[in-house]
Ligand binder design. Structure first.
Ligand SMILES: [Cu+2]
Length: 504
């Protein structure tokens, strides 16, 4: 036995040697390129800045500044404002974000390796908190944090030389650090390698973050930061670019078939690691961890909290491509979903199929959740009408209920009972919110047909979502009308009926 193993080992060695020989004189050169390193920070100092100082072009997500286009080191001036402001985190839900440049993630900064960056951090006078910045592209203790501590209404300045090329996260590092990051204080700085990045047709800036609100997912109105949820690493939202729907519907990223698209993707955290994936695409290249090397032909790339990656793909087939964190409950139940819409001629020889639809991506497919915001605003002022509820309910029905009961409420013969003209609903309209919140199992007769199946409870929905969906169902397809209020939904949530299902 031992002998056999030895033989195989020797054979392998011989084969390897033979292979090297066959490959000819090219082989050693190739190997040299594969192992050659960039020299890191030691080789990243190209001397003192040349020419006139340059004002950095900063862009808001999903935009990326143009390439520096320089072949010499310069002095680059970056002026970044810290702005604390209330913005939408989900339709009808607001949150007080702390931002670099007024957006989440913060402004994209683009410099060249060897540049001397003079950084001005201004904290707006109406801020409540002091802030600072730690740039992962800085060589020096704290990455700038200690030199940039800035009280409201103050400006601080520090200078660093960008010695390492790569895509780097920056973030606030003021205590409690987790809270500052959770409130949206992060962004990306690209330090281009001396030769620049290979040119592509489109570049986009996408950054993931996890958010911790006092209310549950999609609970309406203003939501506060929940420190305990943050400590428990139990986010309410996981989002791309700081808001649910920031990159869907008419805000989707765009491309044409035949184009090369590059994504600069960061993960601000503060807690979660992203399994970043684009449904229906394969990354031709991934500069993993935002570094110098790229991998090819990648499906999903891991982006750590406080890390980044660059990915290129060529678009062949038109349609919607869905950017997700493939830790998939985050995509479909916490908001980590964005769309890249590609236009161009069909390519049936590559893909015969139809557009990705609501079955897959739920209510984000139509992405017109504005009605939900309208209903939330009306509820706040006490002017919520049945029509508002119907409109909001319609948007939420897509993907939540239509998967089984179909968009027209007809259900599927023998499998899913109809909601349209349902005599089960007519017998007691309160059946609708009860079934939504507690599910249903065991025998039921709907319009003369027997069903004996299980509907899982949808109790992840908030009270007002249940009220709106139920009101939509009651006012559609020949059902008796009426309305369900948020308060009724809350009441019904508390009482479990005998035929409730556990969702198995
Ligand atoms: Cu801060």
């Amino acid at each position: 036995m031992k002998q056999l193993i030895a033989c195989i080992a020797i054979a392998t060695l011989l084969a390897a040697a033979g292979c090297k020989k066959d490959a000819g004189p090219e082989a050693p050169a190739k190997q040299a390129t594969a192992t050659a390193d960039s020299g890191g920070s030691v080789k990243g100092d190209f001397g003192p800045p040349q020419g006139k100082p340059i004002d950095a072009i900063l862009t808001s997500p999903p935009h990326v500044p143009p390439p520096t286009g320089r072949d010499y080191p310069a002095k680059v001036i970056v002026e970044l404002d810290v702005v604390e402001k209330e913005m939408q985190i989900s339709e009808g839900t607001s949150y007080t974000f702390w931002t670099f440049g007024g957006t989440v993630p913060g402004s994209f900064i683009r410099v060249r390796q060897g540049d001397t960056v003079q950084f001005h951090l201004r904290n707006m006078p109406d801020s409540k908190m002091p802030h600072n910045i730690d740039l992962h592209g800085v060589t020096g203790p704290g990455g700038g944090a200690a030199s940039s501590f800035t009280a409201p209404g103050h400006v601080s300045r520090f200078t660093f030389k960008a010695l390492n090329a790569g895509l780097f996260v920056y973030h606030c590092a003021t205590a409690p650090v987790g809270m500052h990051i959770a409130n949206g204080m992060y962004g990306l700085i690209l330090v281009e390698p001396p030769a620049g990045m290979p040119p592509v047709d489109k570049e986009y800036y996408v950054m993931q973050g996890d958010f911790y609100t006092s209310g549950k997912y999609r609970e309406k109105g203003h939501q506060d930061f929940d420190m305990q949820k943050g400590i428990d690493e139990n986010p309410t939202y996981v989002l791309f670019n700081g808001s649910e729907g920031s990159l869907t519907g008419d805000k989707a990223l765009t491309a044409n078939t035949g184009e090369n698209v590059r994504l600069y993707v960061g993960n601000g955290g503060p807690n979660l690691v992203s399994s970043f994936h684009v449904i229906g695409e394969i990354f031709d290249k991934v500069w993993f961890e935002g570094g110098t090397r790229y991998n090819e032909n990648v499906q999903t790339t891991l982006i750590p909290s406080g890390g980044a990656a660059i990915m290129d793909f060529h678009v062949e087939v038109p349609g919607s491509y869905v950017l997700v964190d493939h830790s998939i409950f985050r995509a479909f139940n916490k908001g980590a979903l964005a769309i890249l819409k590609a236009e161009g001629a069909e390519r049936p020889e590559i893909y015969s199929g139809k557009e990705v639809d609501a079955m897959y991506i739920g209510d984000q497919a139509n992405a017109n959740m504005q009605a939900v915001g309208v209903a939330a605003a009306a509820a706040k002022t006490g002017e919520l009408t049945v029509e508002d509820q119907v409109e909001a309910g319609k948007a939420l029905f897509t993907g939540t209920c239509s998967t089984c009961h179909q968009a027209n409420g007809e259900g599927m013969p023998g499998v899913f009972p109809p909601l349209a003209k349902s005599d089960y609903i007519a017998a007691d309209p309160k059946h609708v919110p009860t079934v939504i919140l507690h599910g249903l199992q065991g025998p039921v007769k709907v319009n003369g047909t027997d069903y004996n199946s299980i509907m899982p409870p949808m109790n992840q929905l908030t009270d007002d979502e249940v009220a709106n969906i139920a009101t939509y169902v009651l006012n559609s397809w020949g059902n008796p009308g009426g309305r369900v209020t948020k308060e009724e939904a809350a009441q019904i949530r508390k009482v479990k009926p005998a035929n409730a299902s556990e969702g198995h």
